[in-house]
Ligand binder design. Structure first.
Ligand code: NAG
Ligand code: NAG
Ligand code: NAG
Length: 327
């Protein structure tokens, strides 16, 4: 059943999975950016359905856009495998929903991924196991980790354990191995995240998690994350938070800071049709299938959303002037 793992670009092989010495508990990785310092990546979430619900169509369009952009990597915002994650290291769903779907040459790059709530319904330990890279070497999934990539530092955060409702739902099983006791897990994660954010001197600070902080989609805002994460983000000049969970594409601005809330959770089943009342900062909302691209240089971050036909349906640029410090 196992198909051969597609080759990565030779330069990529040298640079990824080089784990730096940890000064905090979070695992740290280095990804070498392009020679001109720029970084291009796609963001996709809520996808693994063996190609169904237009997952394959979205994958095809990602491949085309990836080719145009000369991608450095792909970011996955979680709910990687429906309905219940993977059962174990040999679950064929990993190949059926990942390796056999994202086949374009341009997507043969590292996939930096977090877990979603559906992934926790299966064997969460298996999904974060490095052994999966023997099946498909692109796969990099951890609960929480830091990725240093030139002009940007990425902070990947395990958001499912923050959400109260999953600990109050007796008719569903979640794989909480490694998470319990919950309060200790969350306290350590918040401490490690804060430490990593404070020490980061990158031009851009990007946080990635599964659950939306702000959303007008089906699930709406996450009060737990608003309370625990937003103060950390604002104190440490985080530029953007990227998530999935709601099966849509969304661009929301903060009222009182430059922080952006970006949802890319439209990798397969979408068109849920239930939109909550508007936030004041909503710049764009699309309740269909698609994905996001980001192109970052020292001074500019260029964003675009694409629909299932590969058409650009929203785009904007954020500019960050270089400040010259005066002695
Ligand atoms: C797939 O995308 C097409 C548009 O290309 C749309 O008409 C159709 O409803 C979508 N199918 C599903 C299952 O979402
Ligand atoms: C679980 O639900 C009960 C009753 O609705 C509520 O009082 C309690 O605070 C909830 N616990 C969590 C962890 O959300
Ligand atoms: C994608 O967007 C383009 C441009 O807005 C539009 O013409 C096309 O119908 C859209 N495709 C789908 C499936 O909605």
């Amino acid at each position: 059943m196992a198909s051969p793992s597609p080759p990565l670009h030779p330069a990529t092989i040298l640079c990824i999975y080089f784990v730096l010495p940890a000064f905090a508990e979070l695992q740290r990785l280095q990804h070498q950016p392009k020679h001109d310092g720029s970084l291009n990546f796609l963001v996709i979430g809520d996808w693994g359905r063996k190609g169904k619900y237009n997952q394959s169509l979205v994958a095809t369009q990602m491949g085309k856009m990836g080719d145009k952009l000369d991608l450095d990597f792909v970011v996955s915002t979680g709910d990687n495998f429906y309905n219940s994650g993977i059962k174990g290291l040999n679950d064929p769903i990993f190949i059926q929903s990942f390796s056999n779907i994202y086949t374009a040459k341009s997507l043969r790059k590292p996939w930096y991924s977090v877990l979603g709530n559906h992934d926790y319904r299966g064997n969460a330990l298996a999904q974060v196991s490095p052994i999966l890279r023997k099946i498909d070497r692109r796969w990099f999934c951890q609960r929480s980790f830091v990725l240093h990539a030139g002009v940007a530092d990425f902070f990947f955060i395990d958001t499912t354990p923050f959400m109260n409702k999953y600990f109050n739902n007796s008719n569903r099983h979640y794989d909480w191995r490694g998470v319990l006791p919950r309060q200790k897990y969350l306290k350590n994660l918040l401490k490690d995240l804060e430490e990593a954010l404070v020490k980061s001197s990158a031009r851009w600070k990007i946080v990635v998690g599964h659950h939306a902080i702000r959303s007008i989609g089906h699930h709406g805002d996450s009060v737990e994350l608003i309370k625990l994460l937003v103060p950390l983000f604002e104190a440490n000049n985080v530029d953007m938070y990227m998530n999935g969970h709601d099966h849509c594409l969304q661009h929301i601005s903060s009222i009182n800071s430059p922080l952006l809330y970006l949802t890319s959770g439209a990798g397969s089943k979408a068109w849920r049709g239930d939109v909550k009342e508007s936030h004041s900062g909503v710049k764009f909302f699309y309740d269909g299938q698609g994905f996001m691209s980001v192109q970052i240089t020292e001074t500019d971050a260029k964003f675009a959303f694409y629909n299932v036909s590969g058409d650009q349906i929203h785009h904007w640029t954020v500019t960050k002037p270089i400040m010259h410090t005066v002695a």
